[in-house]
Design a protein around this ligand. Sequence first.
Ligand SMILES: Cc1cc2nc3c(=O)[nH]c(=O)nc-3n(C[C@H](O)[C@H](O)[C@H](O)COP(=O)(O)OP(=O)(O)OC[C@H]3O[C@@H](n4cnc5c(N)ncnc54)[C@H](O)[C@@H]3O)c2cc1C
Length: 369
Amino acid sequence: MDDNKLVIKTQILVLGAGIGGCIAALALAPFYSVVLVDLHAIPKERVGECMAPAAGRILHKLRLLELLNAGHLTSHGLLSYWGTETPTVVDQLVNPDGHGWHLDRQLFEQQLRDVAQMRGVSCLWPARFVKSEQKQDGWCVELQHNAQRTEVHCELVIDATGRHSSFARALGQSRQNFDQQLSVWLTAAVKVRKHISVLSSVSVGWWYSAPLPKLPFDRALQAQADLTGTAIQARLFALQIQASQLDKHLSQCSRSFLQAAAEAPGLGTLVQQIIPGTEQLHAVVAANSSKLSQGSGEGWFAIGDAALSFDPLSSQGIFNAMATAIQLADLLIEHGLHYHKTSALYQAQLDSIWQHYLAHKKRFYELVE
Ligand SMILES: Cc1cc2nc3c(=O)[nH]c(=O)nc-3n(C[C@H](O)[C@H](O)[C@H](O)COP(=O)(O)OP(=O)(O)OC[C@H]3O[C@@H](n4cnc5c(N)ncnc54)[C@H](O)[C@@H]3O)c2cc1C
């Protein structure tokens, strides 16, 4: 008997309090006891993510839409130089769901965590998933919570740990990678307020630039601009490129990176408007399409990136995290936690999303081949 061990009993354990995990916890909390766990006490800073307009439907259903009233920017569309030197305007005006959002991602996740706590979800962070053991009546999941070993006894586990798929991988599930795309990104302050995003294909990959709700790592400059009323804007510049094509200068030297950006159709003027000294080149991150070999099994389900990770070109990763969370929650609410067909029903939904995504992605990339 370990006296230091904390034991928690719950019906559902959600591992990962990113957007997918929080949405699952919020959807399920009115019906079941839910414990939500994350590695980080405060959500990690992540910039430049645009949430698709359709996400508004899910947020509305969960009474969360007002979270977007402050701290985030609306996204009305983009200028697309996809295989062309002249732009095509992709305007959300024609989208039945209206506009999307340029999220302050850290703020949004914190907002979701706060609401989850207010609505009765038991939250545990910082806590790391260590191992699990399947029992006759559910799971015994071991976590490292601060310095304390914690055991969660639950009926069902939702893996929402993002691309790590920590829980599923520990069960022996593998992840299939469909390409080796990386994202190299830089943030900077620019001397314009141009609210539109830019998408631009080049021979080695594609560029994306979008306004940011705030300068992620230079709050002093933002505050100074607010004070003086200067028209500056925080912006992201990102290059998506296959690992084999990446020249190390691009990922290590902001000057080389911006020189390459300036040559991409539609980006030259924006690059010229960068305020010198505000450029920050960030770590290279994986941005490939990948999926779990099996997104569910007896007593466990993977949602969001843990199940399926999309190319950022689709701009649908966040929506997918929310949608898979809601689809799973709907099944669990309708059929209970132990219906023997839920795993197969959910897997069929994941397979359908993935097939649709692959077909769409292929058509889109064919336009620039
Ligand atoms: C470069 C790039 C740009 C992108 N741009 C966009 C975009 O513009 N629009 C869009 O919709 N999507 C975009 N995406 C995709 C989007 O970021 C993801 O699809 C989305 O974050 C998935 O959410 P999630 O909740 O499933 O996973 P995550 O956001 O990855 O959350 C996982 C959570 O699990 C926690 N965790 C991990 N391991 C453990 C563990 N062992 N124990 C406990 N907790 C753990 C993490 O701390 C994290 O909080 C982009 C992705 C990349 C790489």
